[in-house]
Design a protein around this ligand. Structure first.
Ligand SMILES: O=C(O)CCC(=O)C(=O)O
Ligand SMILES: [Fe+2]
Length: 297
């Protein structure tokens, strides 16, 4: 994690880290094949449709039309991608915690012409907490946007304003913009044009926005993923337990104890585990790898 040490101040002061090629093209082969199968490369080739995303207006609904939530009807690799050991350790480093939780995991495809993906600059805290972002970067949360296709200027790149710049323009820790200062903020915007495999990490108090796909046949594959420290009840998004009817087996059967703990499954050694809970969990998930849990009691 050398890049973390050299980038920590940047993360704290700017609120964004762009880690190009964090995932190698080899690591993306199965992931991209799944996206292609689930979403296709044009909206007309879609085999997957999830059009009921609640939004405040039709524009919003359209932007979020091709979005899905973990677990996915896809390979083990895609199901475990937001729990990738490299993302877990990056989150631990950025949050300063050795016990982190995955609280958001979406696949998301965008297609030129399908919606207007331009957003206004905003901070994401609104639907991650009922209060405001923490002033301590380590007690907050880390949001990731993962590029899973190459993103040029034409493919709807993510744009952001560093906290250093937004603090200068809006005043320290201002979380809202108005008509008077919006133009100055936009002038400081940086555009993330980057290859597939890039990870953009950003805090809940960093201004950013999605942009429109302007290529004639562009698509953008991405995942939006969020982590927080264990015990931080002020932040949330998904409740994993609420979807038992979805297929959790690729995850339960293949994830390591440390990956499962990011979903709230107690680690081996926790008081939760005893002969009864292990036996009954095994009955519920026969392929679950229970050895580390058995060994720990
Ligand atoms: O997709 C993007 O580039 C950013 C989207 C975004 O910021 C959002 O939907 O809150
Ligand atoms: Fe956002």
């Amino acid at each position: 994690m050398e890049y973390l040490e050299s980038n920590y101040e940047k993360w704290r002061d700017e609120g964004v880290l762009v880690l190009k090629n964090f995932f190698s093209s080899d690591e993306l082969v199965k992931i991209q094949a799944d996206f292609k199968r689930l979403y296709g490369e044009t909206p007309n080739s879609l085999s997957h449709y999830n059009g009921n995303h609640p939004g405040s207006d039709s524009d919003r609904r359209e932007q979020f039309e091709f979005i899905d939530t973990l677990p996915f009807e896809a390979s083990v690799e895609l199901n475990l991608f937001s729990l990738h050991p490299k993302l877990i350790s990056l989150s631990e480093g950025l949050l300063g915690s050795d016990d982190v939780r995955l609280y958001q995991s979406h696949t998301w495809a965008k297609f030129s012409g399908r919606a207007n993906y331009n957003q206004v600059l905003h901070c994401d805290f609104n639907n991650h907490t009922l209060t405001v972002p923490s002033t301590e970067v380590r007690s907050g949360s880390v949001n990731y946007l993962l590029y899973l296709s190459d993103v040029t200027e034409e493919d709807g790149p993510f744009c952001y304003v560093s906290k250093k710049d937004s603090n200068k323009i809006l005043g320290h820790r201002c979380l809202a913009v108005n008509k008077t200062n919006y133009g100055a903020l936009v002038e400081k915007e940086k555009t993330v044009v980057a290859p597939a495999g890039t990870v953009i990490a950003y805090t809940l108090d960093t201004f950013h926005r999605g942009t429109d796909l302007i290529g004639s046949n562009s698509y953008r594959y991405s995942m939006s993923i969020s982590y927080k420290s264990n015990g931080n009840d002020s932040i949330g998004f998904h409740v994993w337990q609420v979807t038992p009817a979805r297929n959790w087996s690729p995850i339960i059967n293949n994830a390591s104890p440390s990956q499962l703990s990011c979903l709230g499954i107690p680690k081996p050694g926790s008081r939760f585990w005893n002969k009864t809970t292990i036996k009954q969990t095994k009955e519920r998930w026969p392929q679950w790898k229970s050895d580390p849990y058995i060994e720990s009691i």
